[in-house]
Design a protein. Structure first.
Ligand SMILES: [Zn+2]
Length: 395
């Protein structure tokens, strides 16, 4: 057991020491594939986007489980020694015990390493496992378009019945996250000389009416969800023209509106909400003229707690970590949303706290890396129906 622990922690450090910003994951992918082969995976696939899939075939037919993580990481910014992969005391970050430091530690190389090692344990006990386990280590996640995972889902030819995302959950079970729409809203007016504003229609003043409506009415009308929290709306950018170089009343103003949404909400609903705002403004300010366009959609992710994979995760947390599982949600978006979009239920469990993702304090607790490998094994055992009551839950 200790040998396993040491090897897993060493592999996590080596993975962090291998830079893999989005689009440049080849070296990290080859490192993972080599480790899988060394650990006895019977089959390791690498596709042309450098997604790596380790295959564990259960001895009996059954449901197939995907363990999923991404191997790219955010930009290093002004982080000190981002690729050190050093083990240090966690107290400097407010974390207990030893931690591994480096870019991608908590988002999410530690989880990927733990999944790779969990797969090795499952391979050894494959005679008891029904269905296959696929450890999928994908690329191109950080740009938030899911290019790596989508490519794998479209081209691997593999069938998945459920998935576990290893994005940082601080050792709790996460059921998903809100979705995000971005809308570009344009308001039109009429130019005039700034010394004679009454002859124009000031697009900034028109936009001000919309901003007030968003802040004071729209934002307060939104729904909530038991696990995912509240829908929200805010404005993240504003621009007007022709600008300050000549004294002219602006005839154009645009904003970008960020609307976080919940399961059951869709772009049709948000379109309607925006049109209703426009109508309310026009009723008292007839010269208001605006249009809108959706420019981004990051899908919502929600795995109901009664899904077998969510139940397997909760049971595994209870058995391996000896604590009562609590269902939570991520603040950030994960590749699991693209997995769930294909009708594959996806639950979250991973080492590290998302609070430290993309920060100069990127780190993960050593104990959590090891324990999460144990949880991944037990999720797979429970999901495949091979977990007995007396089963050793750890590695
Ligand atoms: Zn991530």
């Amino acid at each position: 057991m200790n040998d396993y622990r040491e090897r897993l922690i060493d592999f996590t450090c080596r993975l962090i020491r291998t830079p893999s910003p989005s689009g440049r994951e080849k070296e990290a992918a080859l490192l993972i594939a080599a480790e899988m082969k060394k650990l006895g995976y019977p089959e390791v696939l690498i596709d042309d986007k450098f997604n790596v899939t380790g295959v564990i075939e259960g001895a009996k037919p059954g449901k197939n489980l995907m363990l999923n993580g991404h191997i790219d990481h955010a930009a290093t910014g002004n982080m000190e020694n981002p690729y050190s992969g050093d083990i240090m005391d966690g107290s400097r970050f407010g974390s207990e015990g030893a931690v591994i430091y480096g870019r991608g530690a908590c988002d999410m190389k530690a989880a990927v390493a733990a999944m790779v090692y969990a797969g090795a344990v499952l391979q050894k006990e494959r005679s008891k496992i029904s269905g296959n386990v696929y450890v999928t280590c994908v690329t191109l996640e950080e740009q938030a378009r899911g290019e790596g995972i989508k490519h794998l889902l479209d081209h691997s030819g593999l069938h998945f019945d459920a998935a576990v995302s290893g994005e940082a959950t601080d050792m709790e079970v996460h059921l998903g996250h809100r979705g995000k729409f971005e809308y570009l809203i344009r308001v039109h007016g009429k130019t005039s000389h700034a010394s004679n504003p009454a002859r124009g229609v000031n697009a900034i003043f028109s936009m001000n009416k919309l901003l007030t409506e968003i802040e004071t009415v729209y934002a307060k009308s939104l729904a909530g969800h038991e696990f995912l929290g509240l829908s929200t709306v805010t404005v993240i950018d504003i621009l007007s023209s022709p600008g300050r170089l000549t004294p002219v009343v602006p005839d154009y103003c645009e904003i970008v509106m960020d609307r976080r949404y919940l399961p059951g909400e869709d772009s049709g609903l948000v379109d309607k909400e925006i049109e209703e705002m426009f109508d309310r403004i026009k009723a008292v300010y007839p010269q208001f003229s605006a249009e809108y366009e959706q420019i981004k959609d990051f899908p919502v992710l929600y795995c109901p707690p009664e899904e077998p994979v969510a139940r397997a995760a909760a049971g595994a947390v209870e058995e391996v970590l000896h604590k009562t599982p609590r269902y939570k949600a991520w603040k950030f978006g994960v590749d699991g949303a693209f997995i769930a979009q294909r009708g594959i239920p996806c639950v979250g469990f991973g080492p590290g706290n998302e609070h430290y993702a993309h920060t100069p304090e990127d780190h993960v607790r050593v104990d959590d890396v090891y324990n999460s490998a144990g949880v991944y094994c037990q999720i797979a055992r429970r999901f495949s129906g091979s977990a007995g009551k007396s089963e050793d839950a750890a590695l």
